[in-house]
Design a protein around this ligand. Sequence first.
Ligand code: GLC
Length: 436
Amino acid sequence: MYEFNREEYEKRVKWFTEARFGMFIHWGVYSIPARGEWVKSREKIPDEIYDGYFREFEAKDYDPRKWARLAKEAGMKYAVLTAKHHDGFCLFDSALTDYKSTNAPCGRDLVREYLDAFRAEGLRVGLYYSLLDWHHPDYPHVSDKVHPMRGNPDMTDEGRDFDRYLDYMHGQVRELCTNYGKLDILWFDYSYGEMRGEKWRASELVTMVRELQPGILIDNRLEGSGSEQGSLMTGEPLPYHGDFACPEQIIPPRGLVDKKGRPVVWESCVTMNNNWGFCLSDRKFKPAGMLIKKLVECVSKGGNLLLNVGPDARGNIPEEEERILRRIGEWMKKNGESVYRCGASGLSRPDWGRYTRKDDGTLYCHVFENTVGPLPLIGVGQEDVISARDLATGAELKPKGGWMCSDYPDVAFITLGDDPVLPDPDDTVIRVTLKN
Ligand code: GLC
C-alpha cells in the first residue's frame, strides 16, 4: 500500500514546480454539439441521441503535433489531455469498452498520438481521467446529482453494480498506466457528495498507479474537486492524497499553505473563455495580456497555471486561442526566466505589479503599471541591490533614483528611464540581483 513520504514527495514534484505553465486540453465528441463538455448532463441528452455524435466523430484535422508545437511556443512545459471525460467517451483504445475513438469514424487512438507528439516536443505529458461516467450502465443514473438521467421517472438504478463500474474504471486506469509509456501526470476528476475517497477505492487505485508509474503526479480530486483541496492541506496526507491542489477557475488569494504553514504545491486550472470543451457561442476570451499577468500571479503565489484549450470537432484549436497563446509565447520567449523555477518572493505585493523570485535569490519585478518617478522596491534595502536589468533586452537599469527618493532611505529604487510608456504593455520585467 502506498504511503506518503515527504522526501520522495518533494523529489517528484520538483519538475512541476519549476515548469509553472501547462496546457489543459478538453476534447471529445462533445465538441460536435459545441456547447461545452457538460452538454449531455446539462441538457439531459439520452444515449440514443448522444451516440449520434460518436458516430459522427471524424476528427479530420487532428494533428497533435500542431498542438504540441503551439504549446511549446507558448512556453508551456507540460500538457494534460482528457483521455475520458464525464460522458465516458474514451480517446484511447481501451479493451474494456466499445465506446472509444478507435471505433468512431476517426478510427485512431487519439491519446497515443497526443502522447507521441507532445513528448517529441520535449513536453511532459499528462492524462485527465473522469471518475464520473455518464455512459457506463453501472454508474448511478437516477439517484446521481449530475448524471444526464438524474431523477428520470422512467428509469431505475436497480441492478446497477457500482463495484463493477469501479473494476472497469480501475481497469482503464491500469491500461493507461501500462500501455502508453511514462506518464507525468494523472488528473482524476472529481469527487462530490458521497462519491469521494474510498468510495472510488482510492487507496487501491493510487497504490496501483504509483506502482505502475513511479514518479507520476496525481491531482487531488480523488478526495476533492476544484474547491476542496484535500488532505495535502492538513499536512498529513492520506494514502490517496493528491500531489498538488487544483483550484479551478480561481487563483487562490494568498497561495496555499498547509495547517503547519508549509507551502502546498498547487495548479490553478483556468479556461480562456468560459468553457472547457469547445463552445461555439462563447466568445468571451480573456485577453492575452490578462493571462500573462495571471500566470505571473500564480507564480508569485507559488503556483502553476494550467491554461485550457478546447479544440473543435475537427481537431483544430480555435483561432482566438491560438492567437492568445502566440502572444503569451512572445512574452515568454523574452521573460520566461522570471517564470520557470520561480516562486513567491516573500515580499508583499508592490503597487506597480508583482514580484517573483528564483531559488538563487534573483528577484523579478513584473511591472504592470508604470510609476511616477523611479520604481520603489519595498522590502528591498538600497544596499542590497547589486544590479538591475530589463529582462527582455538585458539593458542596465540604474538602481537608486534621484533627489525625490531621499526621503525613503529604507526603499531601493530603480530608474526605468523617462518614457512613461512601458516597453512591454502587458508586463515589463526587471531582473534584480541582490546581495545574499
Ligand atoms: C470540472 C468539470 C469539468 C472540467 C474540470 C476541469 O470539475 O466537471 O468539466 O473538466 O472541472 O478542472
